[in-house]
Design a protein around this ligand. Structure first.
Ligand SMILES: CC(=O)N[C@H]1[C@@H](OP(=O)(O)OP(=O)(O)OC[C@H]2O[C@@H](n3ccc(=O)[nH]c3=O)[C@H](O)[C@@H]2O)O[C@H](CO)[C@@H](O)[C@@H]1O
Ligand SMILES: C=C(OP(=O)(O)O)C(=O)O
Length: 423
């Protein structure tokens, strides 16, 4: 099994190009099932999760073609409505074919995704939202079985909790429903905005996306379009934290600063100078300069967008481990998203966990050690800690990392990090 070896001590400097967002491209690829002509998606990151989604779509019968950073999906040949356990278990986002298959074909069978390392992750809110649009749904032998007579019907639906995936599934289904759907307490993440923008380019009539109230006037058909995936704010944040921890100066290009307010504010609080520049051909350029200083520890509380993202919690915890002072980290989204703590402790960190709160006392020096990645962002946090630890840190189970980071070792090497992949 492959591992990543990180040597500590280099101060990062240079430019890094940010890829398209994993959490935007996955729902968008599922949304292509709603169209009746081919959809071309660009700025597609090369990620394992994208390959899994391509396999899932091909398994449903869609034509899928890759060409550089573009993917074209032809949904006209779809002839199955089953998302099998083998694919869903490796990628939870597979459940996002439920709404599109149901709305377009009137029937869908999707394996229950189950939990994962970060928590139990139920899909009850997806099911309730689709039922509000008139779907008949049962859970049987580990599968969600959904059907509807004719078109789904527009309705007003209030989500009990803010859920990114449930908002996406119901939004996609509502796009082809008969009548108007109003979604209240909807998630406001930038990836939802990107999905809605893509659906609108396909002919949908969606407004209010990016707010907690989304209005969807259902249409009878959606057509192909070309859409460029929004920049990955979590990948970008991860590189900015790497620069902050190493006292470096790094410019992230092709980024979207307006999706990253909470993260940029916390980096400023940690002592970083942040400069933003909008360009015509390279998106936003976000420069972080620590002027060689060690970061100050910061407190963070994760919450739905626009608050601090749970997907950046592990990386900021890694920063606090090596920072000056004490940082308190509150995780309010997932019940079990502290799996990285025990691995960070192996590198010499000082962390006390009490329920959903971790108190992190920055230490002068972390020390390299063999560690194990437990989930995607935990893997990233271990790389970050390794960048400032004395000696070498070897990270096992890096397949998690390949789900969501495109070429992370090449991008970090280009910034001067000592990092390599070994078999
Ligand atoms: C592919 C993708 O975009 N993944 C992101 C998405 O995951 P995902 O869409 O799975 O996360 P949700 O926003 O749905 O989860 C938020 C909370 O709601 C709970 N919940 C969710 C659905 C449901 O039916 N019932 C329920 O109780 C979850 O257990 C969790 O506690 O948003 C998360 C929160 O920003 C991110 O960490 C993930 O990176
Ligand atoms: C938790 C994440 O992804 P997923 O929902 O695909 O597991 C993530 O991107 O950090």
């Amino acid at each position: 099994m492959q591992k990543i070896v990180v040597g500590g001590g280099a101060r990062l400097a240079g430019e890094v190009r940010i890829s398209g967002a994993k959490n935007a491209v996955l729902p968008i690829l599922c949304a292509t099932l709603l169209a009746d002509t081919p959809v071309r998606i660009t700025n597609v990151p090369r990620l394992h999760d994208v390959l899994t989604t391509a396999k899932l779509l091909a398994g449903l019968g869609a034509g899928v073609a890759h060409e550089g950073d573009a993917m074209t999906v032809d949904p006209r040949s779809v002839n199955s409505h089953v998302a099998p356990y083998e694919l869903v278990k490796t990628m939870r986002a597979s459940v996002l074919v439920l709404g599109p298959l149901l709305a377009k074909h009137g029937v869908a069978e999707v394996s229950l995704p189950g939990g994962c390392a970060i928590g139990s992750r139920p899909v009850d809110l997806h099911i309730k939202g689709l039922q509000a649009l008139g779907a008949k749904i049962s859970v049987d032998h580990g599968f969600i079985k959904a059907s509807c007579d004719g078109r789904l019907k527009g309705a007003r639906h209030v989500f009990e909790l803010v859920s990114v995936g449930a908002t996406e599934n119901v939004l996609m289904a509502a796009a082809l429903a008969d009548g108007t759907t109003v979604l209240e307490n909807a998630a406001m993440e930038p990836e939802i905005v990107d999905l809605a923008d893509c659906l609108n380019a396909m002919g949908a009539k969606i407004s209010g996306h990016g707010s907690a109230r989304i209005v969807v006037e259902g249409v009878e058909r959606l057509h192909g379009c070309e859409h460029a995936v929004v920049a990955d704010r979590i990948e970008c944040g991860t590189f900015l934290v790497a620069a902050a921890m190493t006292g470096g100066r790094v410019t992230a290009t092709h980024a979207r600063a307006d999706t990253m307010d909470a993260v940029l504010d916390k980096l400023r609080e940690a002592g970083a100078e942040i400069t933003l520049e909008t360009t015509a051909d390279a998106g936003d350029r976000i420069t972080i300069d620590m002027h060689g200083k060690r970061p100050r520890a910061v407190n963070i509380t994760t919450a739905p967008h626009p608050a601090f993202p749970t997907d950046m919690q592990a990386q900021f915890m890694a920063m606090d481990c090596a920072a000056d002072g004490v940082g308190v980290v509150n995780e309010t989204i997932f019940e079990n998203r502290f799996m990285h703590v025990n691995e960070l402790l192996r590198l010499g960190a000082d962390i006390r966990v009490d329920g959903h709160t971790a108190v992190v006392r920055g230490v002068e020096r972390l020390t390299g050690a063999p560690v194990m990645a437990t989930d995607l962002r935990a893997s990233a946090s271990l790389i970050l800690a390794g960048l400032v630890a004395e000696g070498e840190t070897t990270i096992d189970r890096i397949y998690h990392l390949d789900r969501g980071y495109e070429n992370i070792e090449a991008k970090l090497s280009a910034l001067g990090a000592s990092i390599r992949r070994i078999d």
